[in-house]
Ligand binder design. Structure first.
Ligand code: ADP
Length: 398
């Protein structure tokens, strides 16, 4: 069965058509500048050249129509009609406490996604628009919602509650939700395959390290804690996000710098992390170059990032009472061998030791541990779209 995976943003829409029977990608692409002048679609059949289609897309419904037209186009298309699309899987960022797993979309599901808009005001509205647009264009095809937060709904209360007055949890549902759940779940499943053991028998720490980064403790296949929190601002320092800080810094800065709520939010979300620390860039490639050219702050920024990730590995292996494997994924985790090495440096006492030769690998699945390491260190390229397709197939196809 072919599954169309949709990831709708405010002015963009990414898609992949995946054959769920053999997990093969058939085509992918994205629409940009939806609702803005100069909108275009970039469509790529597997093994084919990218086709750029410049066309007015006033709405997400226009974008979906264009995606379908490209998929069935006689020249660059990959299927002959929409009958060859078995179901649509949507990435939805926030499922709040409503969704513990992926679901087939109906009116109640849409209402619950709407109710979570307050928790993800930038993401849930376009996700919902994408769902409505697909329903409009393909009314007979089943739609599934796959939530970034769902995998973390198994986290116990002692890990998800904040020690603030309980009424704020009751009134506003302020608690840890966690994000990147689809990615953490995907790499955990792959890790179990690579280790040749059932996921239910493993203790894993998965490191999704990209522009946004999060660390998750996965005990016997279930997320038991994760570094992001009520929002994706918490946890390890990121490209431009601060990660965990003393909340009193916020009041202090507001007072000293006469900042508005919007300004302090901008500082912590867009001007902090390794970018704010280094003054160079949010991109770790730039940091590495700058540090190699003697830029001290770029070096310090990378050290602070590595230190915090290492701290989470220690904390999470402590709460799980052991550790079988550490898994690196996403842009930095998959490609930055130097950062991988710095992160696990000093964890030999825990049985984590990587082989410098094997660690040179990038962007492929690999066990980079030394033969004597008792805790395996794995590199696993993430594939959130495939995970969405497989969840959708699971619900609709079988
Ligand atoms: P996003 O969270 O936006 O999906 P990514 O997962 O693409 O981010 O991660 C972006 C980070 O990954 C950047 O800091 C970049 O330096 C690093 N990165 C991505 N690709 C590579 C690569 N091929 N080599 C080295 N670093 C990379």
């Amino acid at each position: 069965m072919n599954i169309l995976v949709i990831n709708a943003g405010s002015s963009s829409l990414k898609y992949q058509l995946i054959d769920a029977d053999n997990k093969n990608l058939i085509s992918k692409g994205f629409c940009e500048r939806i609702g803005i002048e100069g909108s275009q679609l970039k469509h790529q059949p597997k093994d084919g050249d990218v086709v750029v289609i410049k066309s007015v897309m006033k709405s997400h419904a226009d974008a979906i129509k264009l995606v379908i037209d490209s998929l069935i186009d006689p020249n660059h298309g990959v299927i002959s009609s929409t009958d060859e699309i078995g179901a649509v899987g949507h990435r939805v960022v926030h499922g709040g406490e409503y969704f513990k797993k992926s679901v087939i979309i109906n009116e109640d599901v849409k209402k619950a996604i709407e109710a979570c808009v307050e928790l993800a005001p930038l993401h849930n509205p376009p996700n919902l628009i994408g769902i409505n647009a697909c329903e409009h264009v393909m009314p007979k095809i089943k739609q599934v919602a796959v939530f970034d937060t769902a995998f973390h709904q198994t986290i116990p209360y002692e890990a998800y509650m904040y020690a603030i007055p309980y009424e704020y949890y009751e009134k506003y549902k302020i608690r840890k939700y966690g994000f990147h759940g689809t990615s953490h779940k995907y790499v955990a499943q792959r890790a179990a395959k690579m280790l040749g053991k059932p996921l239910e028998q493993l203790k894993l720490v998965t490191l999704h390290l990209g522009n946004g980064s999060s660390v998750t403790a996965i005990n016997h296949g279930k997320s038991v804690d994760t570094s992001m929190g009520f929002t994706p601002l918490a946890g390890v320092p990121m490209g431009t996000r601060s990660g965990d800080i003393d909340p009193a810094i916020v009041f202090f800065l507001i007072e000293k710098e006469h900042l508005s709520i919007e300004e302090i939010s901008d500082i912590l979300n867009k001007h902090s992390g390794v970018c704010g620390l280094s003054g160079v860039s949010s991109d770790f490639r730039d940091l590495e170059d700058a540090a190699n050219n003697g830029n001290k702050r770029a070096e310090i920024a990378q050290d602070i990032f590595a230190y915090n990730v290492r701290k989470y590995i220690g904390t999470y292996s402590a709460i799980m009472g052991g550790l079988d494997a550490v898994v690196f994924t996403a842009g930095i985790g998959e490609n930055n061998s130097q950062m991988r090495s710095v992160i696990v440096n000093g964890l030999t006492y825990k049985g984590i030791k990587i082989d410098p030769e094997k660690n040179k690998l990038r962007g492929v699945e690999a066990d980079i541990s030394t033969s004597e390491a008792s805790v395996r260190t794995l590199v696993i390229p993430t594939n959130e779209e495939l995970m969405i397709a497989m969840d959708t197939f699971e619900l609709v196809g079988k």
